[in-house]
Write a protein that binds this ligand. Structure first.
Ligand SMILES: [Zn+2]
Ligand SMILES: [Zn+2]
Length: 270
């Protein structure tokens, strides 16, 4: 695979063309059968807090919102990662914010899987965009934080059009985040479906540390994300997959910045 900006653009164009011929249906609201292995419900997923204090209330809100689910609870735990690299910890999520630069993305969620089981996850919030007037609002911060954390459970978006009516969930893309800051009942129903069965093992963090997954990824570098397997028609949402073989993969959900904000960033960088 050739890692060049031009080839990424070509891949983007090709994806757009392919989408015309094979439109994806998002009705099932999961992007696969991926889930955390656990032996009982409700299970507790820890989120390592690597946030600056201004972001803490948003993580607290998202953790409380998702914990309304009957199948899972989210606990925020202290963590000490370098927020720029935000390396994963086996068996839990890590949540980071930093000025990652004019990357084009506002937020990303990365999920490592082994077979159908999620083993670790990372959420990054890009302050390069959240410091701009357009995204520097509680509503956008709630929406993106809530959505990226939702991806760590195995949820996909409910809708990826920014021009239709809001569905009242953070898993819905929108041009006005006002009504889309929290999960809705459909998200909780979907979680019950994903987590209806129990496993005989767990991929959740145990008292003795889980075996680290070998495949590290410099996660804010798109060249490390692998293949773009899906892009929404207006280009605001992407899903990348990198396949390490033997059932080991990392998925990257990308929340691209509004085109106007993105091109402004490009100009500011020059
Ligand atoms: Zn399972
Ligand atoms: Zn997303």
């Amino acid at each position: 695979m050739v890692f060049m900006n031009t080839s990424l653009r070509v891949v983007g164009l090709l994806s757009a063309v392919i989408l015309l011929f094979s439109p994806f249906a998002f009705a099932d609201h999961a992007w696969g059968s991926y889930h955390w292995a656990r032996t009982a419900n409700p299970f507790t997923l820890k989120m390592g807090d690597n946030l600056t204090s201004n972001w803490d209330p948003y993580l607290a809100t998202a953790a409380a919102d998702w914990s309304v689910s009957t199948v899972l609870d989210v606990t925020v735990v202290a963590s000490g990662k370098n927020a720029k690299t935000c390396r994963p910890t086996p068996g839990r999520g890590e949540v980071c914010n930093a000025k990652y630069g004019s990357t084009g993305w506002v937020g990303i969620a990365q999920i490592w899987v082994s077979g159908s089981h999620i083993t670790q996850g990372v959420v990054k919030m890009n302050d390069t965009y959240f410091s701009k007037a357009f995204y520097n609002t509680p509503a956008w911060k709630n929406l993106v934080m809530c959505q990226e954390i939702g991806h760590l459970f195995g949820l996909n978006h409910q809708d990826e059009s920014t021009t239709n009516a809001n569905l009242g969930t953070c898993m819905d893309y929108t041009s006005n985040p006002g009504a889309n800051q929290h999960p809705n009942q459909h998200d909780y129903d979907m979680l019950e479906t994903i987590y209806a069965h129990l496993d005989t093992t767990t991929t959740l963090q145990q008292s003795s540390a889980n075996k680290p997954q070998a495949n590290a990824v410099e996660s804010d570098d798109p060249r490390e994300w692998g293949r773009e397997i899906r892009r929404s028609s207006d280009g605001r949402a992407s899903l990348f997959e990198r396949d390490f073989g033997n059932g080991e993969k990392v998925f990257t959900h990308v929340f691209w910045a509004d085109e106007g904000v993105r091109s402004l960033s490009g100009r500011l960088r020059e």
